[in-house]
Design a protein around this ligand. Structure first.
Ligand code: 5GP
Length: 174
């Protein structure tokens, strides 16, 4: 797809290498723990689909969907639950799979919400983390790439529902 507004920042090859590495790491860290991987819709669907193909341990997959009341490029911090989990996570080891962490407000809400259901553990894996300072400190156990605070698309991430199918990550020029 040719688009002069896109500046590629992470190639398909680099994404593949990182996803493979993260899959191996989760497989080692969660051996014997039968984790539930909770993907945050919609942005994480491609990342999670690729990640599980590198898992060599028993695991389950579920999804949660939240929305922000802000515009599509600015987080408002006000989060609402659109789709809940379909399984009970009490006593389970949960790994939240996020596409990108910016302010951390979305993840903070989801983490608190999941913790209230008494899981055995909750950790966070994000493919991308923006380098900006966060209003709230949340522990992120696994990070794929740290990126500057530009708006990015591709590999599941959209702008107005466009660009999710790009096989690489690109900065979007407005
Ligand atoms: P936070 O609550 O951490 O500020 O924002 C997290 C959510 O905002 C992400 O799950 C994602 O949906 C959206 N978001 C934040 N930064 C970007 C970005 O650069 N590109 C896209 N497409 N979405 C983003």
């Amino acid at each position: 797809m040719q688009d002069k507004n896109l500046i590629p920042i992470i190639s398909q090859k680099d994404l593949e290498g990182k996803v493979k590495y993260l899959g191996k790491k989760i497989s080692a860290d969660y051996k014997g723990k039968n984790p539930i991987l909770v993907g945050i819709l919609k942005g994480s669907f491609i990342f999670l689909a690729d990640l599980v193909r590198y898992l060599t341990i028993p695991h389950e997959v579920d999804f949660i969907s939240v929305g922000s009341y802000g515009s599509s490029t600015q987080a408002s911090g006000v989060v609402r639950l659109i789709k809940d989990l379909s399984v009970n996570i009490e006593g389970r080891n949960v790994v939240i799979i996020e596409d990108i962490v910016d302010t951390g407000l979305t993840l903070n809400y989801i983490r608190d919400n999941l913790l209230s259901r008494k899981p055995k553990s909750v950790s966070i894996l994000t493919l991308l983390e923006k380098k900006q300072r966060r209003p709230q400190r949340i522990p992120i156990k696994y990070v794929g790439f740290k990126i500057p605070s530009d708006f990015v698309v591709g590999y599941g991430l959209d702008y107005d529902e466009k660009y999710r199918n790009l096989p690489y990550i690109a900065k979007l020029k407005f």
